[in-house]
Unconditional design. Sequence first.
Length: 108
Amino acid sequence: MWLRYVSVALGVLSAGVAFTAMAGDSGDTVSTTFQVEGMHCDGCSATIIGTLERIDGVLSASADHEKGVAEATYRPGDVSPGELKAAIEKLGYTVTAFETAPVVEKHT
């Protein structure tokens, strides 16, 4: 009986490793920082974060209404900075500038 559980556990671990490898196969990860006008509260920040995180290819998002900044980390083969900008502006905010940079993985 324990052999069955070990086999299932190894299968799950193998699937996790394969998924990790596939996620990395789609290309480099980049981060774009947007200067956003019109955010006034935590609700505004949450709305932008939720919108960005629902876009295919976006791995994470953040927004700070006090600084007027939103950031998205994503796979550039799946989504472009222009598409992310358009999603923010569709919410009624104004993106005045944005900058994209590669994400460098830190190995410790």
